[in-house]
Design a protein around this ligand. Sequence first.
Ligand code: S3P
Length: 170
Amino acid sequence: MIVVLLGYMGSGKSTVGKQLAKELNLKFYDLDSLIETHQKMMVRDIFEEHGEIFFRKLESQVLQNTLKTKNEMILALGGGTPCYANNMELLKRPGVTSIYLRLSVSELVERLFLERESRPLIKNIPEAELPEFIGKHLFERNMFYNQSDFVVDCNSKEVATVVEEIKNLL
Ligand code: S3P
């Protein structure tokens, strides 16, 4: 079984994924960490030194390779992964269950403001402009995210509740 978690930055993909993997006794992988290991560089440095297009190509290659070489895992994608190359199509094959962890713009703003330093796409956006930026960005990305097998509403929910809901879907 391969379960892929997707959603905007800050939606809890890694936190939920780790807990879900523990409870299902499966291995957990985070695509950003797999990219960092492969490139021996932090994601934010890859963005800074090589630019976003380079990162997106690498991201797609590492995703393909991970889906090819591992068949039992929980995988957390990066926020943009489903929206580039043919990444969303790769998730539509049998044996892969994709789950969109959905959060409202206001909850995302609240979570991301505190962590913006480590997020290359939002770190230079002034606080006052963050709701509009995230709102627009999410609007564009939703058409990819909504192609997931399941959507889990995560607003005001504890990690344990989200994990329970996902287990009931599998
Ligand atoms: C990105 C999200 C990040 C990381 C990169 C780009 C995005 O992952 O892949 O900074 O385009 O939304 P997280 O969603 O794990 O923060």
